[in-house]
Every structure is written in structure tokens, then in C-alpha cells.
Design a protein around this ligand. Structure first.
Ligand SMILES: Cc1cc2nc3c(=O)[nH]c(=O)nc-3n(C[C@H](O)[C@H](O)[C@H](O)COP(=O)(O)OP(=O)(O)OC[C@H]3O[C@@H](n4cnc5c(N)ncnc54)[C@H](O)[C@@H]3O)c2cc1C
Ligand code: FES
Length: 271
């Protein structure tokens, strides 16, 4: 087995660009070997060693979902929100700098053969995590509907990307009152009635997770959620990312980095 066959790699990848998408989010694009990108699955993540600057030294790696892994272009994309120390130094990366990444990590989403009509319900950075499903849906000839939720229209992201991949996009915002569970429930019920939801995927909001769990239980529709949890090692060693899940035999504790970050929607218990 050569080092290139090992499923997880630590690699120093050159920064191609690191541009603002809007007031809150940036997109980081790294040059990455095509054999590594070909191995990435929707829902997986990389553990990023955020750079040390003269003012900041982020100690632990920070987990970041794969926004796109383009083997043909040798590109690895991340979409991130600057929230603190680590993502703050990430925002300073410039073209030509080098970024240390570890991955791909985690399990990734399931795409069962009979899930022909997919519904994504995403908010905020959850859009970054769910975006690769749009590529997978297009490649496998499935119909995709994406509900994109945000505080206001200026921070709605990925709409054109989803549309470009053939998805039907529904945008909802807090600003116009369309993003509440009460407002969304009839929208989703209507999609179900039209036969457009064989499976649901969500990420980025506990409120949306609860809504999707209710829809899933009421209509008997399967679904998956990608969870965000603070991590240290990212590879299953430290137990710092453990959360509770409802299983048939009772409540169990699972590591989000190793058994997840994608879980059966019905089993997730919220933060
Ligand atoms: C599997 C996974 C995939 C992720 N994908 C993305 C992504 O694609 N884009 C993106 O912008 N963010 C993503 N995140 C969240 C991202 O890892 C955190 O925002 C980041 O680690 C914050 O680091 P920081 O040093 O900038 O902030 P800190 O100073 O460490 O924290 C700032 C705030 O963020 C919270 N936070 C810190 N780490 C996490 C974490 N791991 N999950 C949730 N909240 C956290 C803290 O509680 C605090 O409120 C993902 C998290 C996980 C677990
Ligand atoms: S982050 Fe260490 S076990 Fe998950």
C-alpha cells in the first residue's frame, strides 16, 4: 500500500484563492491532488490547521465540511464563517500560502438507490455541508429540491450553485418571516404531496432538525442530519465530540467525528 492509497492524508496544499462571499462568509479554494479529491464523499470534512499569526496561535485543528472536491480541476473548496480565532486566521490566507489539511474524515451521506427525489433543508454554514449532495444528485440523475434558509437575503448562499446543478431552490429568510418551522411545514408537506421527497437531509439548525424529524415521522420519510460539534482530534481518539443518540435499545453516546458527522435524522437528539 503506498501513502497515496491511505484513506486519510495530511497534506500541505497551496491556496488558490480565499475570497469574501458576503459580509459573513468566505470561500477558500486549495489546489489538491485529484486522487485525494476523488476519494471525498458528500458530508465528509477536513481538519484544518489554521495558520499562526503574530497575534493569534489557534492550537487545535478546526473541522470544515467539504464544499466541493473537484478531482478534474484539482480543487478543494471550503465555505466558512469567521467566528473566532481559527477561522479569523483562516481569513488572512492569501493566494500562494500553504494550508495544512487532514482528511477526508467522517462517514458522509447515504444515497440509497430508491431515493430518487431529495430534499435539502439547510441554514447558514449547513449549506456548505449539504452542497456536495447537489453534485452527487446531478451525477446520479436524481431530482433535488433545496430549501435555503438565512437571516436575511444578503447572506443567502449557494442559490446559484444549486440552480446551476439543476436543483429547484426555495429561499426563506427570518427577515420576511418565511423561515420559521410554522411557515416551512406547509411548504415541505406540499413537496411531499407532489412526490418530491423520498429522503431529507438537513444541517445547520436545531430548529430545522426538529421540523425535519416531525415531517419524517409523520410521512415515514427517511432522512439524515450532519451535526456540528466542537472537536479536538477529529479522528476518534479524544472523545471530546460525543453526543447522545436515540437507538432502538436506548440512548447511546457516539463520536461525531468518527461515527458521524452524518447520522440518521430520527436518532439525533439536538445539542
Ligand atoms: C464536521 C463539521 C463541519 C463543519 N463545517 C463547517 C463549514 O463548512 N463552514 C463553517 O463555517 N463552519 C463549519 N464548522 C464549524 C467550524 O468548525 C467552527 O466554526 C470553527 O471550528 C470555529 O473555530 P474558531 O476558532 O474560528 O472559533 P472559536 O473561537 O473556537 O469559536 C467561536 C464560536 O464557534 C463555536 N464553535 C467552535 N468550534 C465549533 C464546532 N466545531 N462546531 C460548532 N461550533 C463551534 C464556539 O462555541 C464559539 O461560539 C463545522 C464543524 C464541524 C464539526
Ligand atoms: S474530536 Fe476527538 S474523538 Fe471526536
Amino acid at each position: 500500500m503506498s501513502v497515496h492509497d491511505f484513506p486519510i492524508r495530511q497534506a500541505a496544499l497551496p491556496v488558490l484563492s480565499n475570497n469574501k462571499v458576503n459580509e459573513e462568509y468566505r470561500q477558500l479554494i486549495l489546489r489538491a491532488p485529484s486522487e485525494l479529491m476523488a476519494r471525498c464523499r458528500p458530508g465528509q470534512f477536513f481538519h484544518l490547521l489554521c495558520p499562526t499569526t503574530s497575534e493569534s496561535a489557534p492550537f487545535l485543528r478546526r473541522p470544515m465540511s467539504i464544499y466541493a472536491a473537484l478531482a478534474d480541476r484539482e480543487e478543494l473548496h471550503f465555505l466558512y464563517k469567521v467566528t473566532g480565532l481559527g477561522t479569523g486566521t483562516l481569513a488572512r490566507l492569501q493566494t500562494g500560502d500553504v494550508m495544512d489539511v487532514l482528511g477526508p474524515l467522517g462517514n458522509g451521506f447515504t444515497l440509497a438507490d430508491d431515493w430518487r427525489n431529495l430534499l435539502l433543508v439547510a441554514r447558514g454554514v449547513g449549506l456548505a455541508t449539504l452542497a456536495p449532495l447537489a453534485h452527487a444528485a446531478k451525477d446520479s440523475g436524481r431530482r433535488l429540491t433545496a430549501i435555503c434558509s438565512a437571516r436575511h437575503a444578503d447572506v443567502l448562499m449557494s442559490v446559484q450553485m444549486f440552480e446551476g446543478l439543476g436543483a429547484d431552490v426555495i429561499t426563506v429568510t427570518d427577515q420576511d418571516g418565511t423561515s420559521t418551522p410554522d411557515a416551512l411545514r406547509p411548504v415541505i408537506d406540499n413537496l411531499v404531496a407532489q412526490g418530491r421527497v423520498d429522503a431529507m437531509f438537513t444541517c445547520g439548525s436545531n430548529r430545522l432538525l426538529k421540523l425535519c424529524q416531525q415531517v419524517s415521522a409523520d410521512h415515514g420519510i427517511p432522512g439524515e442530519v450532519a451535526l456540528e460539534q466542537q472537536m479536538a482530534c477529529g479522528i476518534g481518539m479524544c472523545q471530546c465530540c460525543v453526543r447522545s443518540f436515540r437507538k432502538p435499545g436506548g440512548i447511546v453516546q457516539l463520536r461525531v467525528c468518527a461515527e458521524g458527522p452524518v447520522f440518521d435524522m430520527a436518532e439525533a437528539m439536538g445539542a
